[in-house]
Design a binder for this molecule. Structure first.
Ligand SMILES: *[C@@H]1O[C@H](CO)[C@@H](O)[C@H](O)[C@H]1NC(C)=O
Ligand SMILES: *[C@@H]1O[C@H](CO)[C@@H](O)[C@H](O)[C@H]1NC(C)=O
Ligand SMILES: *[C@@H]1O[C@H](CO)[C@@H](O)[C@H](O)[C@H]1NC(C)=O
Ligand SMILES: *[C@@H]1O[C@H](CO)[C@@H](O)[C@H](O)[C@H]1NC(C)=O
Ligand SMILES: *[C@@H]1O[C@H](CO)[C@@H](O)[C@H](O)[C@H]1NC(C)=O
Ligand SMILES: *[C@@H]1O[C@H](CO)[C@@H](O)[C@H](O)[C@H]1NC(C)=O
Length: 396
């Protein structure tokens, strides 16, 4: 009888655990933020509870600790930083519920502590963030007023970061910034902000290498993905971008920066109604290089500037004496429709120009019936084959 009750009890416990989809075992201790005083009502400031639970999660010495942010609740967080180094080799932040930023009217604290980030994770190895939850930056309260808006989610010095299965909406500025995080995997994210919301990049990467980005749905007011300096070996596949400003390398070389970007591979990405498709953008006066970059299987639906290299970016009239060297850039199987006639624009620096630019199997037609598309070049060197429009301007 006793053992029957015990079995029944175990069964109940097991089904309860299944319901929450999280099993805490001795291997992986579970820390539920609700047990640390979080309200999850979307009104109360839950920052203290999050910092408290983080201390225990980060300090846990056994297994892979799990920080559970439960489903069905909304947690209001002031600007907050989750810092390492942590004791265990991996940490799972199970974000099943929603995180919401304060409205800007209540945001004096942002300036107060000099942060330009809402949620920051830094110096953590083996961080896994997933769980199907939503991160809402409440950007509308910033977009109309402010030049210094915060990034919603910022990862700094997080090796082996895994970020997946989340929805990010309405960031004041960039939705996600990744800086100095190598060997990371970013997948299955939905990132949404209105087409006219300023500077709401989807994902910005800098100073990072060996990053896989795949399976993203992005509709934003600025770049879907931007790759900045000191970045290499980044593969971006299966991204649906648009509205937005496309996938950008750069801008590189601002304020005379020595930029280094190489081995970036973009494949099977679509651009629907975007301001740009695949873009390489460098400031006049910069130096360094962007090289070994491929764009393959690119699908365009009424995209403006589908293929663009812009080495004359200079809104602030910077020094014009140098340029970032752009070379070994391949565009292969770029198909679809352009909303502008100048579908391919290779506008390279006056001094060294771009070299080894290869375009193969390109077919970009106009989205406007009866219009043609054309390619333009300035100091671009390389070759093309099977291209509509003709790229006769490319020097061999
Ligand atoms: C996303 O997270 C939810 C909630 O934890 C889970 O049910 C679902 O299976 C996850 N999806 C993927 C693709 O991992
Ligand atoms: C990245 O893409 C390149 C070019 O397609 C490929 O050779 C390389 O194996 C890919 N790397 C990873 C880690 O998938
Ligand atoms: C290309 O990416 C889309 C998502 O944008 C995906 O649905 C599709 O399966 C991918 N195609 C291939 C051949 O991988
Ligand atoms: C270009 O001009 C800037 C500002 O005058 C100067 O700082 C920089 O050293 C120059 N660079 C080169 C490569 O001459
Ligand atoms: C280019 O695309 C257009 C529109 O889809 C199509 O009609 C045309 O046959 C394609 N041209 C080539 C050479 O594939
Ligand atoms: C493109 O170039 C080829 C070969 O020079 C020529 O036969 C063809 O008519 C050109 N097409 C257009 C649209 O200019």
């Amino acid at each position: 009888m006793k053992s029957l009750f015990a079995a029944l009890f175990m069964f109940l416990v097991a089904s309860l655990c299944l319901c929450v989809r999280i099993t805490a075992d001795s291997q992986n201790p579970l820390f539920n933020v609700m047990n640390y005083g979080a309200k999850g009502d979307g009104q109360s400031d839950d920052s203290k509870a999050f910092l408290k639970v983080w201390q225990d999660v980060c300090g846990a010495t056994k297994g892979s600790p799990i920080l559970l942010i439960p489903n069905g609740k909304t947690f209001l967080l002031q600007p907050i930083a989750f810092k390492g180094a942590c004791k265990s080799a991996t940490i799972n932040v199970q974000l099943q519920g929603d995180l919401v930023a304060p409205q800007r009217v209540n945001a004096w604290k942002w300036q107060d502590n000099g942060r330009d980030t809402w949620i920051e994770f830094s110096d953590i190895s083996g961080l896994v963030v997933n769980g199907g939850g939503k991160i809402d930056g409440q950007g509308a309260s910033w977009w109309k007023c402010c030049s210094e808006s915060p990034t919603a989610l910022y990862f700094h010095n997080c090796q082996n970061l895994q970020l997946s299965n989340l929805t990010h909406i309405n960031s004041p500025k960039n939705h996600i910034s990744i800086n100095s995080c190598s060997s990371s995997h970013i997948s299955n994210l939905h990132i949404f902000a209105p087409e006219d919301s300023p500077n709401t990049d989807g994902i910005d990467i800098s100073a990072s290498s060996n990053i896989i980005i795949e399976n993203l749905e992005m509709k934003t007011g600025d770049d879907c993905i931007a790759i900045n300096t000191e970045s290499s070996f980044i593969n971006i596949t299966d991204v649906a971008c648009g509205p937005g400003h496309g996938i950008s390398i750069g801008s590189l070389g601002e304020n005379g920066e020595y930029a280094k970007v190489e081995e970036i591979h973009v494949r099977n990405c679509s651009f629907t109604g975007t301001q740009n498709g695949v873009r390489i953008k460098t400031w006049e006066g910069g130096s360094g290089y962007a090289r070994k970059i491929t764009f393959e299987d690119i699908h365009l639906i009424t995209a403006k500037n589908p293929v663009i290299i812009d080495q004359h970016y200079n809104p602030r009239n910077a020094a014009r004496n140098s340029t970032v060297k752009v070379s070994e850039i391949t565009y292969r199987r770029v198909h679809g429709t352009s909303a502008v006639e100048n579908a391919i624009k290779l506008d390279c620096g006056n001094s060294i120009g771009c070299t080894n630019i290869v375009l193969e199997d390109i077919n970009i037609t106009s989205s406007v019936p009866g219009k043609n598309t054309y390619a333009s070049c300035n100091n671009a060197h390389g070759r093309s084959s099977l291209s509509t429009p003709n790229i006769s301007c490319l020097y061999n």
